[in-house]
Design a protein around this ligand. Structure first.
Ligand SMILES: *Cc1c(COP(=O)(O)O)cnc(C)c1O
Length: 405
């Protein structure tokens, strides 16, 4: 008789987005005339930029001719893309990362969920609280997190690092030494960042205690301030302690196209074993490469035309972020994020819980956001709005909040 992986049974139900959908649909039914504006979505809405569409069309045509057809891609990605990434994202920023340290994938969600596989089950993970849920859940599936207390929403074997207004959303070194440290910067959900000096402290700490930092830089393209690092490899010593994960989803609208990459430096070693060789082995066995058409699309992200068009697209979302942030501030709210990320993280007024504020905003302004408590215990009392909507709706949402909430 077979047995299942019982770790899956430990996963708490993901009620966040289904509860939101239920509440919104009940409200709409009771108030058929209400025009609800959704600022809760974590998905982009702008179409793929023309320079990228052109590259995809060209690649599609190549696939239709015997002499330019492409079958299985190389497991680790085509050289044309890996070299383009190395040159633009790393060498141009003074980071000594080479094309063969870049592993092309189908996105940062898969990479951030899969990367734990190359580490021992008894490694201790540390995560920020609130957090992108994938980091914890993938470790639950692997049996690395102990037991769950539904009341406190806490796993017994996970080290939580609260990031709240009181510590400026900068995680503090935990009392107990972790083995794997997940850092997302710019952060989802808080929209906040670490300065280069703060990230350097984490790199020094990881090197000192022998931990690996799993650095999720999915929102790198939204960075506008000079002292926020675009890559962890801008910090000295990062190549011996950090893996960086990147995505084409938020900078280029590839949420439905699927492309990302991981950087595993060759100097990153556990004794004599390089993590680069382990990840290459894992990739080779479990992944048959991102599609040729999509890798050509990824290459076009770095073309002159692609860069110009994407700068405009990111600018569009960041203008929404500014409208939200300034609008809320004018209305008397305490707001964070929104400067280097498409997320605005606000403190709920009058000691409301995150869910009380959700109902309040839905009823008063017909605006939907995401309760902070859905991202972890220290998200309680906060609320996330996203800048991924269209400008007109975003303006109207803020006007309604100013008038009514
Ligand atoms: C959106 C997002 C990703 C990107 O995932 P893809 O699989 O590349 O679409 C990764 N990390 C965080 C924190 C995100 O919000």
């Amino acid at each position: 008789m077979y047995k299942i992986n019982e770790n899956y049974l430990k996963l708490p139900g993901s009620y966040l987005f289904s509860t939101i959908a239920k509440k919104v649909s009940a409200y709409q039914q009771a108030n058929p005339d209400a025009r609800i504006i959704r600022l809760g979505i974590g998905d982009v809405t702008q179409p793929i930029a023309p320079a990228i569409i052109d590259a995809m069309h060209k690649a599609v045509d190549e696939m239709g001719k015997a002499e330019s057809f492409h079958g299985y891609a190389p497991d680790l990605g085509y050289a044309f893309l890996r070299e383009t990434i190395a040159k633009n994202d790393y060498i141009a920023r003074g980071c000594d990362i080479s094309a063969d340290e870049i592993f092309v994938s189908d996105g940062a969600k898969s990479d951030s969920a899969n990367i734990q596989e190359i580490f021992a089950t008894d490694n201790k993970i540390a995560v920020c609280d609130p957090v992108y849920p994938v980091y914890v859940d993938s470790n639950v599936m692997a049996g690395r997190t102990g037991t769950y207390d539904a009341k406190t929403q806490v796993w017994s074997d996970v080290i939580y690092m609260p990031t709240v207004a009181e510590n400026n959303f900068v995680p503090e070194f935990p009392k107990q030494n972790p083995d794997l440290i997940y850092i997302c910067c710019p952060n989802n959900p808080t929209g906040t960042t670490l300065t280069k000096a703060q990230l350097q402290d984490w790199v020094d700490y990881a090197n000192k205690i022998g931990a690996v930092i799993l650095y999720d830089a999915a929102y790198e393209a939204y960075i506008s301030e000079a002292d926020v690092p675009h890559s962890i490899y801008e910090c000295k010593g990062a190549k011996t302690c950090a893996i960086e994960l990147r995505s084409f989803s938020k900078n280029a609208g590839f949420t439905g196209v699927r492309l990302g990459f991981a950087v595993v430096p060759k100097e990153l070693k556990c004794g004599d074993v390089s993590l680069h060789s382990l990840w290459a082995r894992r990739h080779g066995t479990k992944f048959n490469g991102a599609p040729y058409i999509v890798q050509r699309a990824g290459e076009a992200v770095y073309s002159e035309a692609g860069k110009a068009q994407l700068k405009e697209q990111v600018g569009y979302y960041m203008n929404n972020a500014r409208v939200i942030k300034e609008g809320l501030r004018d209305a008397g709210y305490e707001v964070y994020g929104g400067v280097n990320a498409p997320y605005i993280w606000l403190k709920t007024p009058n000691e409301m819980t995150s869910w009380e504020f959700f109902d309040f905003l839905l009823e008063r302004a017909n605006v939907v956001g995401t309760p902070g408590s859905g991202f972890g215990p220290h998200g309680e009392g906060y609320f996330r709005l996203t800048a991924f909507g269209n400008y007109e709706n975003t303006m109207e949402a803020l006007e309604r909040i100013r008038r009514n909430a």
